[in-house]
Design a protein around this ligand. Structure first.
Ligand SMILES: [Zn+2]
Length: 437
């Protein structure tokens, strides 16, 4: 087993990458003229050193790589994805889960994985297969075995919910539909559910802290030609979301998962669910889109990471509501809440993951904090040291996940979309703007 303390054993298998402008995610600043010595065997950075000039050594050793013309970032982490979903603008969630074959969904997932690498995303925190049971385990393992290219996956398998709270909407009770969640109620049943997920091979436990309020009473038309409700209720004085778990239930989930060094992600829209989940000790809050100073305060006090998923909000929420969500995200950052970058990618297109960085910038979060949110914070959201591998920082002992952008991102954010070079674990997947491997 390689540990960062024994990296010198890999030096024979090393090569060097030379950079002129490199983002340091822990320091949130750009460093100049850094070279990185990388082990092919371990895929880790063996050491870094600074050069006196911006140019690479001349002549360049044959195995070295000159990236001095690019802006260098650690490999990007999308902290909220669904590898088995494609854009809802193409096919609705219900129709994907009900009508697409497992073969189609798996082949699409393989394409999504390649698109993510092309866009510079070397890690996905994938929060539920949405009807594909534990197929995310097999995809993760296939990527880790080198069978198919893709980002490093940290997977949740099925989310854990209360009984009948997260199901495929349909109007035919005799229809057999894929299950979307591992359902459990009460603390001992929830501990058992966490053990089932861990036993299956999950890297992360995902819970639904809330869900839309009894949507089954006045369902949206679930198939083409279904009639809409003529006299829907006015929702003004009833909660839009209901909290699914009690505080004791959430605490039991967190206790059981943390005992196995496994992080917990909580889907939570309403301030009530955000506050309850944060106090229960979950590691990340997903969405948390309803503006609330109390929710921000609860996240900051608990030290949990906020994943605002602005990309999917841009798709799902009316345009006039979005500015309040952006202001809420900015307020959370301003208050010192840790933010990770996750688009709810899948419902919005894979390969366009960088949209989340653009929206965070648009909300007013400074570039250096956005880049940290998309790198080292993503690692923390995946579990940090519990991951068993360090990524998101370009330092000795961390994974050689490296992205090169054309242009200086400090002056032009559109450089985020000009990904010329991608390396994951010391292996090159894109060079000179073209796919490799
Ligand atoms: Zn999601």
């Amino acid at each position: 087993m390689a540990s960062p303390n024994s990296l010198s054993i890999y030096e024979d298998e090393s090569f060097t990458i030379h950079t002129a402008l490199l983002f340091s995610s822990p320091y949130r600043m750009f460093l100049q003229n850094i070279s990185l010595v990388i082990s092919r065997t371990s895929g880790l950075i063996l050491k870094t050193y600074s050069r006196a000039s911006a140019s690479a050594p001349d002549p360049l050793p044959p195995s070295d790589i000159d990236l001095t013309h690019l802006t260098i970032l650690p490999g990007l982490v999308d902290a909220h994805t669904h590898i088995f979903l494609h854009a809802y603008s193409e096919v609705s969630a219900t129709h994907q889960m009900l009508h697409e074959s497992p073969v189609e969904r798996i082949l699409r997932a393989s394409n999504h994985a390649r698109a993510a690498l092309d866009a510079g995303f070397t890690t996905y925190r994938d929060l539920g297969t949405e009807g594909m049971a534990t197929a995310d385990i097999s995809l993760r393992d296939a990527i880790n075995r080198g069978i198919t290219p893709g980002p490093r996956l940290f997977i949740a398998t099925d989310p854990i919910t209360t009984s009948s709270s997260y199901t495929i909407a349909n109007e035919n009770p005799t229809l057999h539909v894929p299950r979307l969640a591992d359902e459990a109620d009460g603390t001992s049943a929830l501990r058992a559910a966490v053990r089932r997920r861990l036993g299956a091979g999950a890297d992360i436990i995902k819970i639904y802290a809330d869900q839309e309020s009894r949507a089954g009473r006045y369902p949206e038309p679930s198939f083409p030609g279904a009639l809409p409700m003529r006299f829907p209720p006015l929702w003004g004085d009833v909660p839009q979301h209901i909290t699914l778990f009690t505080a004791e239930e959430m605490a039991a989930v967190v206790d059981e998962a943390h005992a196995a060094h496994c992080p917990v992600a909580a889907h939570a829209s309403s301030p009530k669910a955000v506050i309850r989940a944060a106090r229960a000790g979950v590691d990340t809050i997903e969405h948390g889109q309803e503006p609330s100073a109390e929710a921000i305060s609860a996240m900051r006090k608990a030290g949990c990471i906020f994943v605002p998923t602005l990309s999917v909000m841009e798709y799902e929420v009316p345009a006039d509501v979005l500015p309040r969500m952006y202001a809420h995200t900015y307020a959370a950052w301003k208050d010192g809440v840790k933010i990770a970058c996750g688009g709810d990618t899948g419902p919005v297109p894979h390969g366009q993951n960088v949209r989340e960085l653009e929206l965070l910038l648009g909300a007013g979060v400074p570039l250096a904090d956005v880049l940290a949110a998309a790198t080292v914070r993503g690692w923390e959201a995946c579990g940090g040291e519990w991951c068993g591998r360090r990524f998101g920082v370009l330092q000795e002992g961390w994974a050689a996940d490296i992205v090169g952008l054309e242009g200086d991102v400090r002056e032009d954010a559109s450089a985020l979309r000009r990904v010329a070079f991608v390396m994951k674990d010391g292996e090159v997947w894109k060079r000179d703007g073209r796919r490799v491997g």
